[in-house]
Ligand binder design. Structure first.
Ligand code: FES
Length: 479
């Protein structure tokens, strides 16, 4: 099902790239990050084109809960520990400035996007933990205070309140801001070599390249696949539900539930049930619906959808130069659950970098920083596995197909090979090779969304084997 944003805003279509072009900056991806970066570059007088494989905002931007805030969970005392006070301050200030910058752009351009200033609350079972986090946030210059207790239905000992944060309708905003920009839709970048990009519509020669495509798909250099994983989460839109004022997020883990709440017009958006991509035995929507029944017994579901987020190893996004060996490539990824705010942070930092200036908050986000945790082994193992990937065609024998219940998918053993099989409601069988075309990990069946998901770096494919989201760039082999 589509998000309420998709249902209530259709962005005008754009033509594909008309053939080979040259430009100062080529931006890959027309989500919030790509569009905001192009917008800032245009304001700075720099020519930029945005190349989008599908439609504007067809990726994660349309699946967000659309909160604009520096309130990112129990993060600030951890950032001080990981990076030291100076860099943690950069993180806090960059996000606080992003909230202000959204407000400025919306006011300056009179954009009608249901922008609403409101407070952001982080709720938890432990007042002590909240006090510790609020003290860290205050030390970094944020205005945070602890309130005891929480309004119904939120079960918490208290919350950290940050005032003057915001929420909006992301597609209405994007529609307005993208109008004067050069954007080519249905133009899929297949490879990038130095200043040259190859697309399905022709070649691009660009002085600078920005990867704003959620998960950067060039594996070497950069090794982003080894430095982050992806998580999925789910959202219900409920009417006839009374939620408290403001935007709420739970601390999660040992500090209680991690559900997200915000209002949009007459609706309440309830989000949660996160898990690592590729690790879903099923029942996530049902678990969220159960929570909805407990918290909002009279609520009625009018929409549901899911989102996917990149989670970096040290909990700060990667924004800046892609890799030392490619000085004209830039990247913005690893936004965790804070895509809207981080997109603005990225646009500000990347625009400055492209203009030859060092943004004062850039240091903490620098992609070449040292990661405190060890690099996962998947880099080497995946690189090995990919060598064995070849085009394969599978035919599922009739007796094996009979065993599979209608509407179910799973892995079957076929002549020593593992094959992914799904039987639709009409009994039609779809069989796919479940080795991920990215780096060869085994895909897992996701029964809630009828997709094959990769537990390594989060690529997803529909039951027919068609690519939903990367870093993989190809469909699966299928029968
Ligand atoms: Fe990397 Fe699947 S192996 S996404």
């Amino acid at each position: 099902m589509e998000s309420i944003w998709s249902q209530s805003c259709q962005i005008e279509e754009r033509d594909p790239m008309p053939g080979d072009i040259q430009t100062d900056v080529a931006i890959i991806g027309a989500g919030m990050t790509g569009i905001l970066t192009a917008h800032r570059l245009q304001q700075a007088g720099i020519q930029a084109v945005v190349l989008e494989a599908n439609r504007i905002a067809s990726g994660q931007t349309r699946n967000t809960t659309a909160k604009i805030t520096a309130q990112h969970g129990l993060i600030y005392h951890q950032l001080i520990k990981n990076f030291g006070v100076k860099k943690a301050e950069q993180y806090a200030m960059a996000n606080a400035n992003a909230v202000t910058e959204y407000r400025r752009i919306i006011d300056a351009n009179a954009i009608d996007c249901d922008f609403e200033e409101t407070s952001a609350y982080l709720y938890a079972d432990s007042l002590e933990e909240l006090q510790k986090e609020a003290a860290a946030a205050k030390q970094l210059g944020l205005c945070a205070s602890v309130v005891e207790g929480a309004p119904a239905p939120i079960p918490a000992a208290g919350a950290i309140k940050m005032e003057q944060q915001a929420q909006f309708h992301p597609l209405k905003f994007l529609q307005a801001i993208s109008r004067p920009l050069t954007i080519y839709e249905n133009t899929s970048v297949q490879s990038v070599e130095g200043h040259f990009l190859v697309t399905n519509r022709g070649k691009v020669e660009a002085k600078k390249v920005v990867f704003a495509c959620h998960f950067p798909f060039v594996n070497f250099p950069g090794l982003y696949f080894a430095r982050m994983h992806q998580e999925r989460s789910y959202v219900l839109a409920l009417e006839n539900a009374a939620a408290p004022e403001g935007m709420w997020i739970g601390a999660g883990g040992q500090w209680g539930p991690a559900y997200s709440l915000r209002r949009y017009k007459n609706l309440v958006l309830l989000g949660g049930e996160s898990h690592r991509a590729g690790e879903n035995p099923g029942g996530r929507y049902e678990a969220l619906r159960q929570r909805a029944r407990e918290w909002f017994p009279k609520g009625r579901e009018v929409a549901h959808w899911s989102a996917q987020d990149c989670i970096p190893a040290d909990h700060a996004p990667y924004i800046g130069r892609y890799a030392a060996s490619q000085p004209n490539w830039y990247v913005a990824t690893g936004f965790q659950k804070w895509g809207m705010t981080s997109a603005m942070v990225a646009a500000m930092i990347l625009c400055d970098a492209i203009c030859g200036k060092e943004h004062p908050c850039a240091g903490v986000f620098a992609p070449d920083r040292l990661v405190p945790q060890g690099v996962p082994q998947i880099a080497g193992e995946g690189g090995q596995a990919v060598k064995g990937l070849v085009k394969r065609i599978f035919q599922i024998p009739q007796e094996k197909a009979q065993e599979l219940p209608v509407g179910h998918g799973g892995v079957v053993l076929l002549e020593g090979d593992k094959v992914g099989v799904y039987k639709d409601e009409n009994g039609a069988i779809y069989a796919v090779d479940i080795r991920c075309p990215h780096l060869g990990c085994q895909l897992e069946w996701n029964p809630d969304e009828l997709s094959w998901d990769c537990p390594c770096h989060g690529s997803r494919f529909d039951y027919r084997g068609r690519l939903i989201s990367g870093p993989a760039q190809e469909d699966l082999n299928h029968a």
